[in-house]
Write a protein that binds this ligand. Structure first.
Ligand SMILES: Cc1cc2nc3c(=O)[nH]c(=O)nc-3n(C[C@H](O)[C@H](O)[C@H](O)COP(=O)(O)O)c2cc1C
Length: 203
């Protein structure tokens, strides 16, 4: 909550709750990692409880319109396979049922095929705008982003690598201009390299 408040006070439009890709909130959702026997473990509803409580608390701090959430149901990265499709549907269904009354800004779904029935079910049940992303296999392009909006009826597409490499990606996509190639050797770096040194078109 304090981090969300500081982010908004610093001028950011909002914060995204990272409930995806094997990080802490995701670890509570998944039966692979959540072995608790208290009110935060066991049933799908219980495993979703912490994520809903965090979302409610952060929304109360900075306003629900400034809070999005990212999930990656059964995407299988960082040690969380979520192999039981029925459990995945029940868990993420319970999650979005809990999130629906909060009026958050968006639901960001990372999934190899976000056109599938689960994603559409989550979208309907959550009542939230959908942000779609296909994960790491093929980098999002201008064309694939557009196709994904058409295929999923998404409200937006999350873009990773192309945006990292192009600080002016929106202008480039608008103009159909050439793009800088992302350099994976600088991903997740601890210096400014790879974060601030990709050139702009007009540089
Ligand atoms: C360097 C790097 C850092 C990333 N960090 C995050 C992150 O903090 N949270 C997250 O949900 N996804 C993160 N991602 C994943 C992207 O949001 C996105 O899902 C992925 O790159 C696939 O989209 P793309 O094809 O547009 O790159 C990261 C990706 C890269 C390349």
């Amino acid at each position: 909550m304090a981090a969300a408040r500081r982010a908004v006070d610093a001028g950011l439009d909002g914060v995204e709750l990272h409930s995806a890709n094997g990080y802490l909130l995701h670890e509570f959702l998944a039966p692979d990692t959540n072995h608790r026997t208290d009110a935060y473990g066991g049933s799908p509803q219980a495993r979703a409880r912490l994520v809903v409580e965090v979302a409610r608390a952060v929304a109360a701090e900075v306003g629900p319109g400034r809070v999005g959430i990212r999930i990656s149901p059964a995407h299988g990265v960082q040690g969380i396979p979520e192999a039981d499709a029925d459990d995945v549907a029940a868990t993420y269904g319970a999650l979005v049922d809990g999130l629906a009354p909060l009026g958050l800004a968006y639901l960001s779904v990372l999934r190899a095929d976000p056109t599938d029935e689960l994603t559409q079910d989550l979208r309907r049940r959550s009542g939230m705008p959908l942000v779609a992303n296909r994960g790491f296999s093929t980098p999002t392009t201008r064309e694939s982003a557009s196709a994904l909006v058409d295929a999923t009826d998404a409200d937006a597409v999350a873009v990773g690598r192309a945006l990292i490499a192009n600080p002016d990606l929106v202008e480039r996509w608008r103009a159909g201009a050439d793009e800088n190639e992302p350099d994976p050797s600088t991903f997740y770096g601890t210096t400014a390299e790879g974060y601030t040194d990709y050139p702009r078109l007009t540089a």
